[in-house]
Design a protein around this ligand. Structure first.
Ligand code: R5P
Length: 264
């Protein structure tokens, strides 16, 4: 692995723990002003001190994140549909050039592949092209898998999608937690992070993050369960304690309540 790729990977996955907490705020590229992200700048800025990586769109980055901010960027570089396009949700292609990714000084780029969907071929070939320039310039590709409806997010499907992403050259895979998740991890030769998915009770989100890490995930790339939380800053700090300090869900919930009380 070239020095540049190693350096970027070490900015994404913290060397001191081998783990990462990514804050996902790229939802607007197909969901618009989704709940909790209506005011993107004022939502994400207070959370940055507790995230290892920020995952924005290029518009979100340029318009809402000060260039002086010291946080590695995992840039969303695929798009193409919106939530209004029910039949072809996430028929995505490359929507950011390598030049713009380099201009934005990114640590990595994120591309969605839709395994098992009608347009899977387009997304797979699109990511492969991004892997080509990512490897050329030392920029790791994070494959976003299994976003969408009716995909049957069980270990069999997630193992298929994650392994395909790794075989196609993704350096990191983002997928979802599931029962028998260790099967997904053990059949994927690159690091896996889990997305949080739709907002769930805070204890459930903590348990999911903990279980995923116990099963071998190297972290989370969480959005809605943080920015839609009652107290996002308290929530991200509590999830961070699970990721980097091996807190149990119970310990993390105690921290959450303590931080909430302090902020009141
Ligand atoms: C969806 O495609 C976006 O890429 C999000 O980054 C991803 O779903 C993670 O966010 P959340 O934890 O809200 O699911």
């Amino acid at each position: 692995m070239d020095w540049g790729m190693k350096n970027r990977m070490s900015r994404i996955i913290r060397p001191e723990t081998g783990k990462t907490l990514m804050l996902a705020v790229d939802h607007g590229y197909f969901m618009g002003p989704t709940s909790g992200l209506e005011d993107l700048e004022n939502t994400l800025l207070p959370l940055l001190p507790y995230a290892d990586v920020l995952m924005p769109t290029r518009g979100g980055l340029r318009n809402c994140v000060p260039a002086e901010t010291d946080i590695p960027i995992m840039l969303r570089v695929s798009s193409g549909t919106s939530i209004l396009n029910e039949t072809h949700l996430l028929h995505e292609g490359q929507s950011v050039s390598v030049e713009d990714a380099i201009r934005l000084n990114v640590a990595g780029v994120a591309f969605s592949i839709l395994v098992g969907q009608p347009y899977e071929r387009d997304t797979i070939l699109g990511m492969s092209q991004v892997v080509d320039w990512g490897e050329r310039y030392g920029i790791p590709v994070l494959a976003v898998t299994a976003v969408g409806k009716g995909l049957g997010k069980d270990a069999r499907y997630l193992s298929l999608a994650s392994r395909m992403a790794a075989e196609l050259g993704a350096r990191i895979v983002k997928t979802y937690y599931c029962e028998d998740f260790e099967k997904v991890v053990n059949s994927c030769p690159v690091p896996i992070v889990i997305a949080g998915g739709k907002k769930m009770p805070e204890m459930d989100a903590m348990q999911m993050a903990y279980d995923a890490l116990q099963a071998g995930a190297i972290g989370v790339d969480m959005g809605r369960n943080i920015f839609q939380a009652e107290n996002p800053a308290a929530m991200i700090q509590s999830v961070r304690a699970i990721v980097h300090q091996n807190y149990t869900p119970q310990e993390a919930m105690e921290l959450l309540e303590s931080l909430k009380n302090k902020s009141e």
